[in-house]
Every structure is written in C-alpha cells, then in structure tokens.
Design a protein around this ligand. Structure first.
Ligand code: KG4
Ligand code: ZN
Length: 341
C-alpha cells in the first residue's frame, strides 16, 4: 500500500442463504455492493437446506464479484485486501466464501481476512451518513442470534445478555410457520400483523420480571401455537400479539442495558432490525431516555456483503491478517474472542 493509493476492500458474505459482495474504499466508503438471495431455492423446503446453499454460493460468488467491480468501475488489480465471513454460519457455505477469498487473494498477492458475521452486522450502521460514536450498546437480532453487547471499541465486545433458547428471528420464523406463512417468516409475519387488532390477545413478555439481560423466545412460539389451535380464524391478531410481545421484550431489555451501562447510544442491527414495529418501540424508548438509536438502512439489516467489506476494511487497513494460505472458517465463534482494533 503506497501513501497515495486508496485501500479498497472486497467483502464476501456466504454464511447462510445469501451471497453478498461489497467493495469498500478508504476515502469514498462503500462503492459497490450486490446480493443474491437464495430465498426461492429454500422456500419449497420451508427453511435453509445447507447443501443447496453451498452449491448456490459456488455458482454466484465469482459472477457477483465481477458485477460489483463493474458497478464500481474497478478491476481486480485495484483491490487491496479481501474480507470474507469466516463464521458463525453453515460450514459448507462458509467454506465457499473462504476458498474464493483465499485463492483470489493468493493470486493477487494481497491479504485476506476472516470476518465475524455478527461483527459485520454490528458495524453495519457505520455504512450510513449518520453514524454512532463509540462506546455504545448494541442489540443484535438475527435468525441465529439475539444479543445485547457493550461495545467499547471495534473488537472490544462484552456480551451483556443473549437468548437462552430460540433467537428472536428464529421465533419470528417458527411462529410464521405456525400461522401458515412461508419462509422466511419474519417479514411475512410483520406484514400480517399490520392487519391485526392489538387488543385481541396479550402474549407474555418472556423473562422481563427476571433480573439480567438474557432472553428466551421459545415460549412465545408455543403460546402462538396454542392460541392458533383455539382461534384459527384470528391469525392476524395472533401475529400482532406475537410481534408486540417480542418487540416490547427487546425494548425493555435494551432500556435495562442502557441504564445498567450508563450509555446513551443504542445500535440495533441484524435481520430483525428491519422490523418497523421494533424500530418504533425503540425510537420511543430512546426519546424518553434521551438516548440516540441507530440502525442500518433496511437492505443492510439482513445479510449482505457491504457489512463484511466494511468490517474487514476496518481490520485489514490496520494490517490485521488471517493465518497465511489456509482456507479457514469458524462455524462457531464468540464475539468476545475477537481482537480489538
Ligand atoms: O441477519 P439475517 O439476515 O440472517 C442471520 O444472520 O440470521 O436475519 C434473518 C432473520 C430471519 O429470522 C428473518 O425472519 C428476520 O431476520 N427478519 C425479520 C424481518 N426481516 C427479516 N423479522 C421480523 N421482521 C422483519 N421485518
Ligand atoms: Zn446475519
């Protein structure tokens, strides 16, 4: 890297059912990103089929990289480093991103770095013009994780609480299935809930009466199942009751985390942060507490390559590298094991 040359990071996301590619420029920020969602491939099975996911990542990765380079008017030779999602996620799917990243980096004689998928989500709000300042509390809500984190700096994370059973996105997906909605269930349930009457049912707010910041969402899904069995005609009301209970539980725990840490900034990211009812609830809480709440734009709430390009960029441009040559993935990986930047 010479002093005059910008540092451009290519990001590759392939941890689950979307192939995402992003290109992050040290001076211009995000200069390109594209996504291929496998939703249609998995929809007929009602959930992600890992082997089909891996096979599709293999087919999509290189054409998408070419498309993003074209979009940004760059060539492979402009890339300074490559970031790929090393985990957590589906092993086969992760291996595709890792193999593409490492071999491309080897051929271009540039560094490659494995990025933590949840760090990608956590830093996604930094892709926006209005950015949160460190330190802050982060609520990460995805299909696989529900976590409250005290974020002191990039890579300096303390998990304050997490789900003891289902992740909140998983609870949305499972409840959507119970309601007869397709995969992925979160957005479909949110849509149905719009037509629901909030006064019809009240679901319990799990664990809010217990101290601490852990979550439990599997009971909500069971509550939904029992209610559907009794009132099969009231699916929209049940969707509404589920959404209200899930989002207000998240809000209550966020408020507690902000109070406990004395922080005045909340960052919310991961697929479920696209949920508008959750955003409304958290914005209202922020106003009351005098705290600022930040989200990624809608398309960067769910999995994408832009967040991996950014997270990788923040490490690669400071010289951090993966172990040389190896195609390395970490399907299970705690955020607390990361190195601070
Ligand atoms: O972050 P993400 O794309 O993938 C993981 O890393 O898991 O999150 C996907 C999750 C799914 O469970 C999906 O149903 C949920 O996010 N989701 C939503 C909404 N959009 C996506 N849940 C509720 N409301 C939404 N609008
Ligand atoms: Zn994700």
């Amino acid at each position: 890297m010479s002093a005059t040359r910008p540092f451009i990071t290519l990001g590759i996301e392939s941890s689950c059912d979307e192939t995402g590619i992003g290109l992050y420029h040290s001076e211009q920020g995000l200069i390109g990103h594209q996504l291929f969602s496998q939703v249609e491939i998995h929809a007929e099975y009602g959930g992600v089929v890992p082997e089909l996911a891996s096979r599709d990542h293999i087919q999509r990765a290189l054409p998408l990289i070419k498309a993003v380079l074209k979009e940004a008017e760059c060539t492979l030779n402009d890339i300074s480093g490559i970031a790929y999602t090393a985990g957590p996620g589906l092993a086969g799917a992760l291996l595709v991103g890792s193999a593409v990243a490492k071999s491309l980096a080897w051929s271009l004689k540039i560094p490659a770095l494995g990025v933590h998928h949840m760090e990608g989500h956590l830093l996604a709000p930094l892709l926006e013009d209005k950015q949160p300042k460190f330190p802050f509390v982060a609520l990460l809500v995805s299909g696989g994780h529900t976590m409250l984190i005290d974020v002191k700096a990039i890579g300096d994370y303390e998990i304050l609480g997490e789900s003891l059973d289902d992740a909140v996105g998983e609870a949305f997906d499972k409840t959507a299935k119970i309601l007869g909605l397709g995969y992925p269930g979160g957005p479909a349930l949110a849509k149905l809930a719009k037509a629901g009457d909030q006064a019809a049912f009240t679901f319990p707010r799990p664990m809010i009466d217990r101290p601490g910041l852990d979550f439990s969402f599997s009971g909500l899904k069971t509550f939904a199942r029992n209610t559907v069995a009794k009132y099969p005609e009231q699916k929209a009301d049940i969707a509404k009751a589920f959404e209200v209970a899930a989002t207000s539980t998240l809000m209550i725990k966020c408020r507690r985390a902000l109070e406990q840490t004395n922080r005045d900034t909340l960052v919310v990211a991961g697929g479920v942060s696209a949920n508008l009812a959750l955003r409304q609830e958290l914005d209202a809480m922020g106003l009351k507490l005098g705290a600022q709440v930040f989200y990624p734009r809608q398309e960067f709430c769910t999995d994408n390559g832009a967040m991996i390009a950014l997270a990788g960029h923040l490490r690669l441009s400071k010289g951090q590298l993966s172990s040389e040559g190896e195609i390395s993935i970490r399907p299970r990986w705690s955020l607390e094991e990361l190195e601070a930047v």
